[in-house]
Design a protein around this ligand. Structure first.
Ligand SMILES: C[S@@+](CC[C@H](N)C(=O)[O-])C[C@H]1O[C@@H](n2cnc3c(N)ncnc32)[C@H](O)[C@@H]1O
Length: 421
């Protein structure tokens, strides 16, 4: 049947209104479509929120559609929205934030224009490889599947990452010897490329030799082999570091890092503007100091983080920058032992940037306390909105939200929100 797509859903699927034969109104979710498209659609399974549809043919494309830049668009599971023009894509991210807040009954909040990272800016990518008789498949999974799509380029990744693909493919062909799978995380750090291989066996001497050769030829800074969780440093030619406010902080293998430098800047600028006038700040879920170090220039900052390796890195950075930055670091599990309302009362502002699950226990303490300013950074609008509802119900007012798109052409969006009371 032919449908007109009216909106985009939270996962980036086009949505059309339709009536079933018995007259029941339903929403049809059609991946690969956008508002303004007229499309022939095959109806599929009924889900809780509507009916799945698959695109058979575009009858009349939306005028805002553009040619997807990637050669494996539609096959690779990433970047499913690259046919949206830049304006539509930025509007989609802001709408996604607005809609998610609305689901929690939060409306009327100024949602700023999304800060979207440009193509070729992703500084970390997580690839998969599969050994096959005819060679190695290297790439990303197809959408909703474990089938690997082979890639030779990636328009969202930095050129320095893509340049490694051919040599990496040849090296993995020897390591995988025609069978098995591997995960590869490539990170362009400020001191060079960091490589983490996820394997399901220990490294042999031959593996080490091959990898050492490849690393030397490609000026790799560090390479670790993770065998079912066990970290084996194959070589460390230079310590991978990231600089925050000019201060180098060591990046542990696989340690958290904002996905693009542009996204990091947008998040940091929003955080710094949100704490203006605050002198004593606590930065919760601090990682290796993305926000703590810029915050600690001219202000007293306590950074709290649960990962031991990140804490060691941030303590090292804080020690080295002690003459310019006032930063202390606490190692603490904030899910089990959130900072209590009494402790929080010592600070003018709280910055928190939890993992996707949000920070329910910590937000409960904040809502019972008196801190005048809470800056919430999140990679998950749903848990941001859930936690926002709790803060608002306890007397905070949400002043603005800044969406940040670091995962270009995906439905993923990060955000910063300022709460005052
Ligand atoms: C989204 S990252 C943010 C890190 C940092 N703010 C940044 O922007 O680079 C979340 C951080 O929370 C930390 N984390 C996860 N669970 C935690 C817990 N239960 N207690 C404290 N920190 C935790 C992770 O190790 C990670 O560093």
């Amino acid at each position: 049947m032919t449908l007109t797509i009216e909106t985009l859903g939270g996962r980036g699927d086009g949505i059309a209104a339709h009536r079933l034969e018995d007259g029941t109104p339903v929403s049809v979710f059609v991946p690969g479509t956008m508002p303004g498209d007229r499309a022939d659609v095959r109806l599929g399974a009924h889900r809780r929120f509507g009916v799945e549809g698959s695109l058979v043919r575009l009858v009349m494309p939306s005028p805002d559609r553009r040619r997807p830049p990637c050669a494996v668009f539609g096959m690779c599971g990433g970047c499913q929205l690259q046919f949206l023009d830049d304006t539509c894509y930025a509007a989609f991210l802001a709408d996604r934030v607005r809609d998610t807040l609305q689901h929690q009954g939060i409306s009327g909040v100024p949602v700023r224009a999304a800060a979207v990272s440009p193509p070729a800016s992703r500084r970390r990518i997580s690839l998969k490889a599969e050994g096959r008789d005819e060679g190695v498949r290297l790439g990303f999974n197809a959408r909703g599947s474990h089938r690997l799509v082979d890639i030779t380029a990636c328009p969202v990744a930095r050129d320095s990452l893509v340049a490694l693909f051919p040599g990496l493919r040849d090296t993995l062909a020897v390591l995988l010897a025609g069978r098995g799978r591997a995960g590869i995380i490539l990170t362009a750090t400020d001191s060079g490329m960091d490589v983490l291989l996820d394997m399901d066996r220990a490294a042999t001497l031959q593996d080490r030799d091959i990898l050492t050769d490849w690393a030397g030829t490609n000026d790799i800074a560090a390479l670790h082999w993770r065998d079912r969780g066990l970290m084996d440093p194959i070589l460390i030619r230079r310590q991978p570091v990231m600089r925050f406010d000019g201060v180098p902080s060591a990046l542990p293998p696989g340690g958290f890092l904002q996905a693009t430098a542009e996204g990091e800047r947008a998040l940091r600028d929003a955080v710094l503007s949100a704490v203006e006038g605050s002198r004593r700040i606590v930065d919760l879920f601090a990682g290796i100091g993305t926000f703590s170090l810029p915050l600690a220039r001219g202000r007293a900052v306590l950074a709290v983080e649960g990962d031991g390796a990140a804490v060691t890195a941030l303590r090292g950075a804080a020690g080295a920058a002690a003459s310019t930055h006032r930063l202390t670091v606490e190692h603490r599990d904030l899910f089990r032992r959130p900072l209590t309302a009494d402790v929080l009362a010592r600070f003018d502002a709280v910055v928190l940037d939890p993992p996707r699950a949000g920070a329910a226990a910590q937000v409960a303490e904040l809502s019972a306390g008196t801190v005048p300013r809470v800056v919430s950074v999140s990679c998950n609008p749903a848990t941001f909105a859930r936690d926002a509802r709790i803060l608002i119900d306890s007397g905070y007012h949400l002043h603005w939200v800044q969406p940040v798109g670091q995962f270009l052409w995906s439905s993923h969006v990060e955000l910063v929100g300022l709460f005052l009371r």
